[in-house]
Write a protein that binds this ligand. Structure first.
Ligand code: PEP
Ligand code: MN
Length: 369
């Protein structure tokens, strides 16, 4: 059941005609000049609605630049006065939130390092009770959907109805081309759980480098995300934080011009062709489930046989053979090695679980005899 049902749709308070929400601005507010120069250039890009800047920066090491602090709020006020852009700022504690309310900031956002902690979230939500200020919540650093959902519920329960999710990618243990792996399945599942909640993507923190930002932005739009937050600096290479992933206002303008905004549904002819193809997918999925069920049936049979003959569950040689053989077969069918390995690992984990259960049942039975 959707526990945050009546979120106000974006086009009722922020965007025009279903166009994606575009938020741009530097990772950090560094100086008054840097903020104003960047904002003036960004305000010439019609798609951009909201100006972002970090005032208090969550840094891994204490000597790194930790943001301009409260004086930066004045610069943002000036941005709003001069350019008409709305402003948004990251808040990590109730005092930040209170300072932003006083300074007339339009929208607040919760950073990834704050979403991980329900105590912080509750304190900030409590501090904002009784105000109408919109809140955007970035996903937690690690891929924990429930923690992200819980943060929305905490703000919702204190009366907030203007909420937006920001998908900024997830900490990923294995080597990855991304700074934070996008794991699109998580924002997609968030949308399924909370259908009325708008979700925008932050390709800057997903990519970590500017060359990849266009592709991730287009993918977000193709997956029906409701907008983008893109770090933009008048002189990105000189930025005090996240220099590699910021665009110049010109680059942002070009990126937005090249972005293809697709229709959510097509005409009747397109729709019926899609329905027909989806029918085929439904049939194939049913067959796949039947095949998996047969496969697990055999796994059970093997489990009983191993148990009767006192043989270990995991036989490394056999597992190596399966991996090699299936990877080769998949490659011949044009399926990537990454994907097939992932799938086989899932199936293998389940098979081990089934056989472990069979072994345990027997030994518990024995000890009870
Ligand atoms: C940011 O937006 O500059 C930031 C610190 O992001 P995140 O919380 O996603 O790391
Ligand atoms: Mn940043």
């Amino acid at each position: 059941m959707n526990s945050i049902p009546d979120i106000i749709p974006l086009n009722e308070w922020l965007t025009d005609n279903g166009r994606p929400l575009i938020i741009a601005g530097p990772c950090s507010a560094e100086t008054e000049d840097q903020v104003m120069l960047t904002a003036r250039q960004i305000s010439a890009i019609p798609e951009v609605k909201v100006f972002r800047a970090g005032i208090w920066k969550p840094r891994t090491r204490p000597r790194d630049f930790e943001g301009a602090g409260e004086k930066g709020l004045k610069w943002l006020h000036q941005v709003k006065q001069e350019t008409g852009l709305l402003t948004c700022v990251e808040v990590a504690k109730p005092q930040h939130a209170e300072a932003c309310l006083k300074a007339g900031i339009d929208i607040l956002w919760i950073g990834a390092r704050t979403t991980v902690n329900p105590f912080y979230i509750q304190e900030i939500a409590d501090a904002l009770t009784g105000t109408d200020i919109p809140v955007m919540i970035k996903n937690p650093v690690h891929p924990d959907l429930k923690l992200w959902m819980g943060a929305f519920e905490r703000f919702y329960n204190t009366g907030k109805r203007k909420l937006i999710a920001i998908h900024r990618g997830f900490y990923f243990f294995n080597k990855s081309e991304y700074r934070n792996a996008p794991m699109w399945e998580i924002p997609i599942e968030l949308k399924r759980q909370f259908p009325s909640l708008p979700i925008i993507t932050d390709p800057s923190h997903i990519c970590g480098k500017r060359e990849m930002i266009f592709a991730v932005s287009q993918k977000a739009i193709d997956l029906e995300m409701d907008g983008l937050m893109i770090e933009t600096h008048y002189n990105p290479d000189k930025a005090l934080t996240d220099a590699r992933q910021q665009l110049s206002p010109i680059q942002l303008h070009e990126l937005l011009a090249q972005l293809v905004i697709r229709e959510k549904t097509g005409n009747i002819e397109i729709q019926s062709k899609l329905d027909q193809l989806r029918c085929e997918i439904d049939k194939l999925d049913a067959e796949m489930i039947e095949v998996l069920s047969k496969r697990f049936g055999i796994v059970r049979e093997i489990g009983h046989y191993k148990k009767e003959n006192n043989i270990t569950i995991l036989q490394q040689k056999r597992w190596d053979y399966v991996l090699n053989d299936r990877t080769g077969a998949a490659a011949r069918e044009g399926i990537t090695t990454d994907f097939i390995n992932h799938l086989l690992e899932l199936i293998h984990d389940e098979s081990i679980q089934i056989q472990t259960d069979i072994m345990n049942k027997r030994s518990i039975g024995k000890s009870n005899e």
